[in-house]
Design a protein around this ligand. Structure first.
Ligand SMILES: [Zn+2]
Length: 527
C-alpha cells in the first residue's frame, strides 16, 4: 500500500514564528525534497506574497526527478467570479500543473470569517475548482476546519465535500486546522465521509495544538486516507503542523506502508538538518527518530545491555533513518561505558584495563569539580588519550591578556585580546579585537596558530553556553562553559570549568583546537 507525502514546509511551515526562507533557500529545499522522493511540494501562496510567486518562476528552471510542485491558494472571493479573481489568477500564473485550494467547511467560518451565506460558499467551492479544471489543472481541495465543521454541522461539512468532488477535485484533504481534535474524532469523522463518498481519494492535514498531529495523521491513514500533508520537523502556524519526519518513519517502519524508498529514508535526518540550517534554527535534540538523543544511552544498565543487544533499549535500528547510537558519559557511567565509548573513537580497551579504571576515576573527579562530558565528547576523547599517554602538545601558552573597555555609557564595549604562544621553538605574539572578551581571545588564539596549522582556518564556534554551577552563590560561583565548534563537515563539543569565566572559556577553546588538530592528524594517517 502506498501513501503519498505532501510537504508544506515552504508554505505552512513558513507561517511559524521566526521561520523564514529566502527565495534561493526555497529552491534548494524543494530540490532536496524531490531528491528523497517526497511526492508533492507545496511551494507557496503566490497570491499572498511576491517571494512565493518568484519561487514558482525559478523552480521551472530545474528538472525534478519525481516531485510535483503545487501552488496554494483559496476559493475565489465572494464578491468576484473565479475567472476575474486576482488570487485565482495568481495561481494560474504560478504555472504549475497541480493546484491546491482551500475552502470553508465550517458554518461559523462561512458566516463570521468569509461573511457570506452557506449557499454562496458552496458555489465558491464548486466554481473555483471547475474553473481551474477547465484551465487544465489537477486540483487538490483542502477542506479547511473540516473536523470542527463536522462536529458543528455534519451535513453542511459533507455538502462541501460533495461540491468539491462533483467539480472535479482529485483529492479531498480533510483539515484539522485548529489542531483541536482527538484521534477518536478523526477516526469517526473519516468513517462517515468514507461511507457517504465511497471511492474518493482523501488526505489529512493536521495541526499540532494538542500534540496530536502525528497521531491524528496516522489514524487517518489507518482509516484509508492516501495523502498526508505536513512539514519537516513539524514547523508551522502556532504549535506547528504534523511532523513529516515522524510520519514517514512510522509509515515505513511501523505500519508497512510504502512512502519513501529505504535508501531515501536513511537521508531523513540529513534533510531535516539541512532545512533547519537554512532557517537558522537549532535542531531539537530530543526529536523522535532523528534527534541527537533519540538513540543516546546514559544509564549504566542501559548501556551494558544495549552493547550486548541494541534491541534491549532501541525500538528501531537508528541507521534506518540516518541516525546513530550514542553512549553518553556521565557519573552514572561504569567501566563498560568507558570501554564502549573508547571504541567509538577507535581506541581498544578491555573492561579491566587499568586505563579504563583510571579514566573512570579521573572522570568522577572532574564531574565533582563541575565538568560534564555528555555534550563535550571531544573533551572526553582528549581525556582518554591523555590517560593513555597519547596526547600531543600542539602549542604552549606563554600568556594572554584580555581587556574589555567601555568608553561611554551609550557605547558598546570593545574587547581586545593579546596572546603569546610557542609552537616548536617559535614565539608568536598576536592581538585581536572581538565583540566580547571570549570572541577576542578565540580570534587571537586562532590567528596565532593558523600559520602553523592551516586546518584551523575552517574552524568556527557555532555555540557558546555558560552555566553557573550550584554551590557558591552569585558572582563567586563556578561556571561551566560549553563550546560547540565546526569545520563545516563535523561538529564537536568541548567543556571548561572555573571560577573565572575567561579561564573556563579558554579551557574549552583549547580543547576545541587540540581536538581539531588531533582529528586532522588522525584522518591524514588513515590515507
Ligand atoms: Zn495548515
Amino acid at each position: 500500500m502506498e501513501v503519498k507525502i505532501y510537504d508544506t514546509t515552504l508554505r505552512d511551515g513558513t507561517q511559524a514564528e521566526d521561520f523564514t526562507f529566502s527565495g534561493d533557500d526555497k529552491v534548494r529545499i524543494a530540490l532536496k525534497l524531490d531528491d528523497i522522493g517526497i511526492h508533492y511540494i507545496e511551494g507557496g501562496w503566490p497570491g499572498s506574497n511576491p517571494k512565493d510567486a518568484g519561487f514558482f518562476q525559478e523552480i521551472r528552471n530545474y528538472h525534478l526527478k519525481q516531485a510535483r510542485i503545487a501552488a496554494f491558494g483559496s476559493t475565489h472571493h465572494p464578491s468576484t467570479t473565479a475567472s476575474s479573481d486576482p488570487n485565482i489568477k495568481a495561481l494560474l500564473d504560478a504555472n504549475t500543473e497541480l493546484v491546491t485550494i482551500f475552502g470553508k467547511s465550517w458554518t461559523v467560518h462561512v458566516k463570521d470569517a468569509l461573511l457570506t451565506t452557506l449557499e454562496r460558499n458552496l458555489n465558491l467551492i464548486s466554481d473555483s475548482i471547475r474553473f481551474l479544471r477547465q484551465q487544465g489543472k489537477t486540483v487538490f481541495y483542502d477542506a479547511e476546519h473540516f473536523f470542527d465543521g463536522f462536529s458543528d454541522n455534519a451535513e453542511y461539512a459533507l455538502a462541501t465535500v460533495a461540491k468539491a468532488t462533483e467539480a472535479g477535485a482529485e483529492c479531498i484533504i480533510l483539515c484539522d486546522t485548529n489542531g483541536g481534535s482527538l484521534p477518536s474524532h478523526i477516526q469517526n469523522t473519516i468513517s462517515v465521509v468514507k461511507q457517504r463518498f465511497p471511492g474518493i481519494s482523501l488526505g489529512i492535514h493536521a495541526h499540532n495544538d494538542c500534540d496530536l498531529a502525528v497521531a491524528n495523521s496516522l489514524t487517518a491513514v489507518e482509516m484509508g486516507v492516501v495523502q498526508v500533508q505536513g512539514t519537516f520537523n513539524g514547523v508551522g502556524e502556532r504549535c506547528g503542523n504534523a511532523d513529516l519526519c515522524s510520519i514517514i518513519a512510522n509509515l515505513c517502519l511501523k505500519m508497512g506502508y510504502f512512502c519513501l524508498a529505504p535508501q531515501d529514508l536513511q537521508k531523513l535526518r540529513q534533510v531535516s538538518r539541512f532545512i533547519l540550517e537554512l532557517a537558522n534554527m537549532p535542531p531539537d535534540r530530543y526529536q523522535p527518530f532523528i534527534g541527537r538523543c533519540a538513540f543516546a544511552h546514559k544509564g549504566g544498565v542501559h548501556i551494558s545491555a544495549v552493547v550486548k543487544n541494541p534491541k534491549t533499549y532501541e525500538h528501531i535500528d537508528p541507521s534506518l533513518v540516518g541516525n546513530r547510537r550514542r553512549i553518553l558519559i556521565s557519573d552514572l557511567s561504569g567501566r563498560a561505558t568507558i570501554k564502549q565509548k573508547a571504541e567509538e573513537f577507535g581506541l581498544k580497551l578491555s573492561k579491566n584495563d587499568p586505563v579504563a579504571m583510571e579514566v573512570l576515576e579521573e572522570l568522577k573527579e572532574l564531574e565533582n569539580q563541575g565538568f560534564q562530558f555528555e555534550a563535550a565528547e571531544a573533551s572526553f576523547e582528549l581525556l582518554v588519550n591523555k590517560t593513555m599517554g597519547k596526547t600531543k602538545k600542539y602549542f604552549e601558552l606563554v600568556g594572554f591578556r584580555v581587556i574589555d573597555q567601555k568608553q561611554s555609557e551609550g557605547k558598546d564595549p570593545v574587547a581586545e585580546a593579546t596572546i603569546q604562544i610557542r609552537v616548536g621553538g617559535q614565539l608568536e605574539h598576536t592581538a585581536a579585537i572581538g565583540n566580547g572578551p571570549v570572541n577576542a581571545l578565540d580570534k587571537a588564539l586562532r590567528k596565532s596558530l593558523e600559520k602553523f596549522y592551516p586546518a584551523l582556518k575552517n574552524v568556527e564556534l557555532v555555540d557558546y553556553k555558560v552555566r553557573v554551577l550550584p554551590g557558591l552563590a552569585g558572582t563567586g560561583a563556578k561556571v561551566r562553559v560549553l563550546i560547540e565548534s565546526t569545520d563545516g563537515l563535523d561538529s564537536w563539543g568541548t567543556v571548561g570549568v572555573s571560577h573565572d569565566i575567561i579561564e573556563a572559556s579558554w579551557q574549552a577553546l583549547v580543547d576545541s583546537i587540540n581536538y581539531k588538530m588531533y582529528k586532522t592528524e588522525k584522518n591524514n594517517s588513515y590515507r
